[in-house]
Design a protein around this ligand. Structure first.
Ligand code: ZN
Length: 199
């Protein structure tokens, strides 16, 4: 028996397909959205569609952005000779929030995970190697998470870079094991960055 109208059920189903949203949260969100003025619901829907249509990958670092180059890559103030490799745009945002990192980034969009069938070709590694081939890069800081996948990726990336002779460092393991970079406070992030060691 259906307790809800078809439209509500559909909305709940769509919302519960989002990561981290269970059936209960989806119901709560659906009823909240319906309780709002139509104008507000429309703004939410429009912002989803417009983000999906207009957001693209930065031509240089592969993070998500509105323009051809993201603000970090486009800034003349950033040190293009230091590249920090992170897993997601959220990790990039975490480091940007500290306001202390002056280099640029490379966003892999994931990590190598043999268990989940994610290999080196499934993340943005080729794009990183193309950037390194330009010859202007002096250091690559590997800031993948300290999870098993993050460590596997760090090891793989460092081996890939080794033959180029470019200095490769790994952020200190002050970052809690399995911890997402975005959930770590700025002080811990900066300590991990300062304490990085050469691989
Ligand atoms: Zn960029």
């Amino acid at each position: 028996m259906d307790y809800f109208s078809g439209h509500i059920s559909d909305l709940i189903e769509q919302l519960s397909s989002l990561p981290g949203i269970g059936a209960k949260s989806a119901q709560r969100l659906a009823f909240f959205i319906i309780s709002q003025p139509e104008e507000k619901a429309k703004r939410l829907a429009d912002s989803i569609v417009s983000a999906r249509q207009n957001v693209r990958y930065c031509k240089c670092c592969c993070t998500l952005t509105d323009a051809e180059l993201c603000p970090v890559c486009a800034s003349p103030k950033r040190d293009k000779s230091t590249i920090m490799v992170v897993e997601t745009p959220r990790d990039l945002a975490a480091y940007e929030k500290t306001g202390k990192y002056e280099g640029v980034y490379h966003v892999l969009h994931g990590a190598i995970s043999p268990m989940l069938g994610i290999g080196p070709d499934d993340i943005r590694l080729k794009e990183l190697m193309v950037r390194l081939a330009s010859g202007d890069v002096k250091e690559v800081i590997i800031a993948t998470n300290s999870s098993l996948e993050g460590e596997t990726t760090a090891m793989y990336v460092s081996r890939l870079i080794k033959p180029t002779g470019i200095k490769t460092t790994r952020i200190a393991s002050g970052v809690p094991v399995g911890g997402d970079l975005e959930n770590i406070d700025e002080v811990t992030l900066l300590r991990a960055l300062d304490g990085r060691t050469e691989l």
